[in-house]
Ligand binder design. Structure first.
Ligand code: TA6
Length: 312
């Protein structure tokens, strides 16, 4: 059986700050604060490990923040094997969560500058871990010090080994990812418009563009429409998914947990509709939790039954 490797090039320690409502030019006294595991491919590993699906989480970490994230992940049974850059500190992302109304405010830092020897060490580690037919999930952007050529090199390396790329990214990285024909690509509407050069204004236009990506060799395109759900497209079929209505507490990490649910079900060779029904349900569960990496399999089972799917 193949393994699943998740790569987070620019992880983050998230600090969730809970306030009644964020008010400008006032002292917003937080009601509580909570550190949590920042998303991206780390969240995919959390979902896989929660489902007892073997996987390995790697990427680049630094300092006490990096050690804190790894300890939190290992406490949730994730097998971590990160490259450490001495003397630097993994960034913190500040997420202000309002309790009087829906919606969060996120403040991110760029992350520390990656030295070339660090990136070489990561590529060496990927060569050691990844085998032919393994799923390799790469989520998020690239930190300072890693340019788009380095990113392309990493994707090339994985394809040369025969790994199946699953990519969730944006901007220049997304354009580069398309060139490497990933097995699964998960853009949102803004990210899709970045690669096609315009904003589709009908479901038919979206389907046409997703099919063009399938024809370019991308097996599965999962277009995220946020809390409106998603459109899933392969060469043979496409369907629209409508998520259940939930009371949203903190939407941070929903996209990453969605991808984790999809990867888990793909690994178990489920039918495509079941793959993304579960992905939608576990993502909905994440939205109802106060942290950035929290979800519940029990809630996901309930939400799975409330998720609608129809062919388009
Ligand atoms: O996708 C959610 C999340 O990973 C948060 O947990 C927070 O770490 C943020 O995104 C980081 O975003 P960035 O685009 O800066 O990597």
């Amino acid at each position: 059986m193949y393994l699943i490797t998740t790569i987070t090039l620019n992880p983050s320690l998230d600090l969730n700050i809970y306030v009644d409502k964020l008010r400008k030019n006032q002292n917003n006294r937080s009601k509580s604060m909570k550190y949590d595991i920042g998303g991206k491919a780390t969240h995919v590993s959390l979902v896989l490990s929660t489902l007892d699906i073997e996987n390995k989480a790697t990427g680049i970490m630094g300092g006490n923040n990096g050690k804190t994230i790894i300890k939190m992940m290992e406490n949730r049974n994730v097998n971590c094997d990160f490259v450490f850059q001495e003397g630097d500190e993994t960034r913190i992302t500040y997420i202000i969560v309002q309790q009087e109304e829906e919606g969060t405010f996120m403040l991110t830092e760029p992350g520390f500058r990656i030295e070339s020897k660090t990136f070489e060490a990561l590529k060496k580690k990927v060569k050691e871990i990844v085998r032919k037919d393994d799923f390799v999930v790469i989520s998020g952007g690239i930190p300072p010090g890693i340019d788009i050529w380095n990113y392309g090199d990493l994707l090339n390396l994985i394809k040369e080994i025969g790994g199946r790329l699953i990519i969730d990214t944006s901007g220049e990285c997304l354009k580069e990812a398309v060139k490497h024909k990933p097995y699964l690509l998960k853009p949102n509407e803004v990210e899709l418009s970045q690669i096609i050069g315009y904003v589709p204004n009908s479901l038919e236009e979206y389907i046409k563009e997703l099919k063009l990506l399938n024809k370019k060799g991308i097996e599965i395109v999962a277009l995220s429409l946020g809390d409106k759900g998603s459109i899933i497209s392969t060469i043979d079929k496409s369907f629209r998914i409508i998520p259940p209505k939930v009371v949203q507490i903190n939407d941070t990490g929903c996209g990453d947990v969605f991808l984790g649910g999809a990867v888990a079900m793909l690994y178990e060779n489920r039918a495509l509709e079941d793959v993304f029904r579960f992905a939608t349900a576990i993502s909905a569960s994440k939205a109802t939790k106060p942290g950035t990496s929290e979800f519940s399999l029990e809630d996901a089972e309930k939400f799975r039954k409330e998720t609608e799917i129809y062919d388009v």
